[in-house]
Design a protein around this ligand. Structure first.
Ligand code: V47
Length: 375
């Protein structure tokens, strides 16, 4: 590998990684420009294996989007409808939301992931009651709900501080924040594609507060539209800087842009090669975030599987009900079973580990009692 890294002009970066020296903005840009994708992937895989060996995490989860009514008009979004009553707009009643979980009462789910539009007319207790109801139905399931963008919106709409909103949601059962809404932090891009969302500093501040209040959270990056390589690396560095302060991020999740049915539909979707590289560079830049996740709904199942050799150690999970990507043209299935996820991890030569929201391995009672009986 030494001569290949030398030919790819990556020896100095490999040396830095060996010595535990942090990569810079310039290093990150070079990793994006390097023509030898396999050399970049090899370095990322080495970092992945240092942290996790062959282990590859996944989660038995469900996705819920309770409303797609959203005051924001993000250029990449095919999911949102501006007003209640607009064609295709929906808002579930709390009973309908809870029914989604009741219907899965017997599934060994460990997490519900909720992302909503920014609805201008719902009361705050719609959200707190939603969480309380989930906990009544399944006290054992972890609630990873509401992006930092939604938290900022609640604070402005209901006249609270970001911290008060988080306090109330935690009191109602919130366990973790998902990473959605990060998009690209660089102001040039954010102003163009997500102008109605809270700014980057507030997104990061809300995660800072959440970490201080004891929550673990995720962070995403929407790539493959109008952002430059430098803006991708800048995004990663802002995540890394906050992680130095708080250590509260569990996973970094690059999200591949899907161009159907939105205002950026003229752009091509990112290629498989670009997707593998983005995940690899994320692993290399983010030395302090434990997990890099490939969201198979966004990348495609086969590319997510291949990414397990390009720095990725987490495949999200079963997902089950997904709308945001499928409305934007995703051709991936809407759900995978745990058996299917395990099979695709094993077929990639990696070791599947079902995890909960906090990356504790999950042992199902039936499997555990079978094991103890055969021991
Ligand atoms: O914030 C919306 C993105 C995100 C499109 O935390 C699009 O574990 C591509 O954040 N093309 C929501 N992306 C999903 C999300 C997520 C997914 C998986 C795991 C986790 C986690 C979080 O979806 C939005 C936005 O960045 N998005 N539309 C589109 N057309």
């Amino acid at each position: 590998m030494h001569s290949r890294l030398a030919d790819a002009n990556l020896l100095d970066i490999a040396d830095k990684l060996d010595a535990g020296v942090r990569l810079t903005l310039e290093d990150g840009c070079r990793l994006f420009e390097c023509p030898d994708l396999l050399a970049v992937g090899w370095l990322a895989n080495r970092e992945r294996e240092k942290r996790h060996g062959p282990q590859t995490y996944f989660n038995f989860n469900i996705r819920l989007e309770a409303t797609n009514v959203c005051v924001a008009s993000c250029l990449f979004c095919a999911f949102a409808r501006l007003k209640p009553g607009d064609a295709g707009a929906y808002t579930m009643s709390l009973e309908q939301v809870w029914d989604k979980l009741r219907q899965r009462r017997t599934q060994p789910l460990t997490e519900i992931h909720v992302v909503n539009g920014l609805h201008p007319e719902l009361p705050f207790d719609y959200y707190t009651e939603m969480l309380r109801g989930f906990k009544r139905i399944r006290p054992d399931v972890r609630l990873k709900c509401f992006t930092a963008v939604e938290i900022a919106f609640f604070a402005d709409l209901y006249g609270m501080t970001d911290e008060q909103v988080l306090h109330e949601l935690i009191a109602a059962g919130l366990d973790s924040l998902p990473g959605g809404g990060a998009e690209i932090f660089a102001e040039r891009v954010r102003r163009k594609i997500a102008n109605d969302k809270c700014g980057s500093d507030r997104y990061l501040e809300i995660h800072r507060i959440a970490h201080r209040l004891g929550l673990k959270t995720n962070i995403t990056m929407l790539y493959g539209h109008i952002e430059t390589a430098e803006e991708r690396v800048d995004h990663m560095l802002r995540a890394r800087a906050l992680q130095d302060e708080t250590a509260g991020f569990q996973a970094f999740i690059p999200l591949a842009f899907h161009p159907d049915n939105n205002q950026m539909r003229k752009l091509p979707a990112p290629s498989a090669a670009d997707t593998l590289r983005v995940h690899a560079v994320s692993r290399l830049m983010l030395d302090n975030i434990p997990h890099v996740k490939a969201f198979w709904i966004a990348t495609g199942v086969e590319v997510a599987q291949t990414a397990l050799w390009f720095g990725v150690d987490d495949l999200d999970g079963t997902v089950q009900e997904e709308k945001i990507y499928h409305m934007a043209g995703a051709r991936t299935p809407e759900a995978l079973t745990t058996r299917e996820i395990e099979r695709l991890i094993l077929a990639a030569g990696r070791q599947p580990v079902e995890r909960d929201t906090f990356y504790n391995p999950v042992v199902h009672e039936a499997a555990a009692s079978l094991k103890s009986r055969s021991a």
